[in-house]
Design a protein around this ligand. Structure first.
Ligand code: ATP
Length: 269
């Protein structure tokens, strides 16, 4: 597999013909000391991809892109680690939104990709990409993985809420679409990561503002299923300084911060 556009800018890109999980593989490598900051591993055939809480990410072989990038936390100042960690998956989501909107526009489709908090990218309410960040190498690195549906048909997608780029007018074989998206995704991720890891406070705020502006969850009426089984409903009003979702359960009620949970956008139900 060539990935010419991406290799021209990222010669370190490694493409596996088939792999269990790109996230697991990079995490194992990071733990065993083979640690390349911004190391990139991709495949079009991931056989056991995972989402949060060990849920599975399923794509027909050859029809989805799985890509993981290793980000070193070693240069992050200790006091900013907590604030900035929560934003890594959101910055990756923003990078994927940019990349997906680029190929949608080039195909003459509306660039309507948006972030769904905390770790999905939607096109008009349907999930085209899931992201998952995991800590690796005893907390010295984060592996940020993305699964993106490229050419799967509606019947081939595992859930009714999923969509693919092909279903949104993007033409070409899986590899050429993957190459076009990947080069944009990596460039945007790198710039987001630079801001988060070594940017000035203004650059960090700028990144956060872009995430907020591209987040479909903000302003939506949502139901959040919290870890432990509780459920809350309300209007999502924003993201706080550490990337938590702010929710107002009733008009004039207090804001509540959600660190983790399954969000359903109720207008899409
Ligand atoms: P949700 O989008 O339902 O809130 P989530 O953000 O927790 O879920 P993850 O756990 O990151 O999602 O991803 C796993 C979930 O994504 C699965 O439970 C399944 O519902 C869905 N899924 C699995 N494979 C795909 C795919 N190829 N395209 C879209 N959605 C998928």
């Amino acid at each position: 597999m060539n990935f010419e556009l991406t290799r021209a800018l990222y010669p370190e890109l490694e493409v596996a013909p088939e792999i269990g999980s790109t996230n697991d593989e990079l995490a194992v490598r990071a733990s065993s000391g083979s640690f390349t900051d911004f190391g990139i591993l991709a495949t079009l055939s991931q056989t056991s991809g995972r989402g949060r809480l060990d849920r599975s990410w399923v794509t027909p072989p050859g029809k989805g892109l799985a890509v993981s990038v290793l980000l070193s936390l070693e240069d992050l100042e200790a006091e900013s680690v907590n604030e900035r960690l929560g934003w890594i998956a959101l910055a990756a989501g923003l990078a994927m939104v940019d990349a997906v909107n680029g190929v949608l526009s080039a195909a003459g489709s509306e660039p309507e990709a948006k972030i769904k908090w905390p770790n999905d990218v939607l096109i008009r309410g349907s999930k085209v990409c899931g992201l998952l960040g995991v800590l690796a190498a005893e907390g010295r690195a984060v592996v940020i993985g993305a699964g993106l549906n490229l050419t799967a048909s509606r019947e081939e997608l595992p859930v009714a809420t999923a969509t693919s780029l092909a279903l949104n007018g993007v033409e070409g074989d899986a590899e050429s679409i993957a190459d076009r998206v990947l080069v944009e995704y990596l460039a945007a991720l790198q710039s987001g990561w630079r801001a988060l890891s070594s940017g000035t406070p203004e650059q960090v705020e700028q990144l956060k503002a872009e995430v907020r502006a591209n987040c479909a969850t903000i302003g939506a009426r949502v139901r959040v299923d919290l870890p432990g089984g509780m459920e809350v409903r309300g209007i999502a009003t924003g993201l706080d300084e550490t990337g938590r979702l702010q929710l107002r359960e009733s008009a004039g009620g207090e804001l509540r911060e959600i660190a983790a949970g399954d969000v359903t956008h109720l207008r899409y139900e």
